[in-house]
Design a protein around this ligand. Structure first.
Ligand code: ATP
Ligand code: MG
Length: 171
């Protein structure tokens, strides 16, 4: 079957964006795809990075350590640049069938990486590479460029009832 490489975007304010991307990773892994996941926000290891460490076909990179409000803007900018350079390198190398850029919309929203640079990479990537992008508040340009866009809508979240983020569910 000929491949039609897709740009898939999960956005919106409800829970489920990163986990939808990871579900896609699991499915693709089961068919022997080579996969690269780059997480731009999560600071340290997550359940998903731990689990993927035992999967040969998944290269997992957590690039988020610099992304907090408390750190100085220069450090945040450097971390964003390092993460984005890695994304460019991985995607353009064409060695993966599927690349996930988790929380990539944050880079645009906070003007850490020029939006045009992100749009260009999506447009000019090797034609066999599927992309999965996540993050709240995707820009209209990103939405326009994607093939598949799903908005997670928050109907109810346990945070409102005072339940804090739990290991295994949120991270
Ligand atoms: P998940 O990683 O569980 O799929 P997500 O990627 O859709 O969630 P993000 O926008 O990346 O969610 O937010 C990170 C964390 O914030 C998630 O663990 C999610 O559970 C949590 N979250 C989502 N909506 C809310 C909310 N309304 N209030 C508080 N926390 C929330
Ligand atoms: Mg997320």
């Amino acid at each position: 079957m000929a491949r039609h490489a897709l740009t898939i975007l999960y956005t919106g304010r409800g829970k489920g964006k990163t986990t939808a991307a990871l579900g896609q990773v699991l499915r693709a892994a089961g068919h022997g795809f080579k996969i690269c996941v780059i997480q731009f926000i999560k600071g340290k290891s997550t359940g998903e990075s731990n689990a993927c460490a035992s999967l040969d076909m998944v290269d997992f990179h957590v690039m988020g350590s610099g992304f907090t409000w408390r750190q100085d803007p220069d450090e945040t900018k450097r971390a964003a640049e390092a993460g984005w350079s890695l994304a460019e390198k991985m995607i353009n190398a064409g060695q993966h069938d599927l690349v996930v850029l988790d929380e990539v919309t944050y880079l645009v929203e906070h003007q850490l990486i020029a939006e045009d640079r992100i749009l260009k990479l999506i447009r000019e990537r090797p034609s066999h590479v599927h992309l999965v992008l996540t993050g709240r508040d995707a820009s209209q340009k990103l939405i326009d460029q994607a093939d598949l866009v799903t908005e997670m809508i928050e109907v109810k979240h346990p945070y409102a009832a005072g339940v804090k983020a739990q290991q295994g569910i949120e991270f």
